[in-house]
Write a protein that binds this ligand. Structure first.
Ligand code: ADP
Ligand code: MG
Length: 254
């Protein structure tokens, strides 16, 4: 299993990027594939053409709250990790022919819920083993990833936007990843669709992370997003999609 986490400032094109990576893995038959929406914005589902509510699926936050907080987690004899895992299988995981999907959700009581957090990490650890690729669409910070979801990933991809602030974002994200002991193999940077092409070299030189290339700005993609259409249905020669395929190749994916 390979886990790829996409991070970046809001509006940089993270969710679109994750949807296009999914499109590539689906179309090249690299199944099974799991998409995890860990961003509170929760717009990845729509971008891959699914409706979790309509399918009667719950976010993992909702399942955690109902399992551990509302019911007090009292299912005698069943360890917490198994309890949450079976709930995720039965009412969290959206399954389709081409990929599976999980949303982390926002209904989360802040504070130290060490037991549910640990149980969730354990459950996801055994669940994600079943996949060839796990793609995580994640908000800026990596703390929550380590605390709630996983402490071990393969690739972190930080999407840069047009401002130099996104350089700071990269530095901060890397520092946080180290601070919270998130294990990762590669930390890559990618130019978002608004990132000036000519800053690629400078970004690599300043930040000292491998620059995988830029996501092409593409009107058709933007229209699909506005219309709520699935990005999986974009034509094979769509410019943004072609650029994402190139980026994946630069990261060593086929
Ligand atoms: N390659 C692209 N070309 C043109 N517009 C894009 C592209 N990628 C994303 N967008 C637009 O930018 C906005 C934010 O994209 P999104 O993927 O939701 O970003 P994020 O997940 O980082 O917030 C959307 O309106 C989307 O249509
Ligand atoms: Mg998003």
């Amino acid at each position: 299993m390979k886990m790829i986490v996409t991070i970046g400032r809001g509006g940089t094109g993270k969710s679109s990027f994750v949807a296009l990576m999914a499109k590539h893995f689906v179309e090249t038959g690299q199944a099974p594939l799991l998409l995890v929406d860990a961003d509170p914005d929760q717009n990845l589902a729509e971008m891959v053409g699914i409706d979790l509510k309509e399918a009667g699926k719950h976010t993992i936050s909702e399942l955690l709250v109902s399992t551990f907080i509302e019911q007090g987690g009292t299912t005698v004899g069943v360890p917490p990790t198994e309890r949450i895992e079976s709930k995720i299988w039965s009412s969290g995981l959206f399954e389709s022919n081409s990929f599976d999907f999980l949303a982390v959700g926002t209904k989360w009581v802040e504070g130290c819920y060490c037991m549910p957090n640990a149980a969730l990490k354990g459950a996801l650890g055994s669940l994600t083993k079943n996949y060839r690729y796990v793609l995580i669409d994640s908000p800026a910070g990596l703390e929550h990833l380590n605390r709630r979801i996983t402490s071990k990933v393969d690739d972190i991809i930080d999407i840069l936007d047009h401002s130099k602030k996104s350089f700071d974002h990269v530095k901060r994200a890397y520092r946080i990843a180290k601070e919270v002991d998130l294990e990762f193999v590669n930390f890559y940077i990618v130019g978002g669709y608004r990132f000036p092409e000519n800053l690629g070299g400078q970004a690599e030189a300043d930040l000292k992370f491998k620059y995988l290339g830029k996501i092409t700005s593409d009107e058709q993609l933007d229209e699909y997003v506005l219309d709520g259409k699935s990005l999986l249905d974009l034509p094979a020669d769509n410019a943004a999609y072609v650029s994402v395929k190139r980026i994946l190749k630069a990261a060593g994916y086929v």
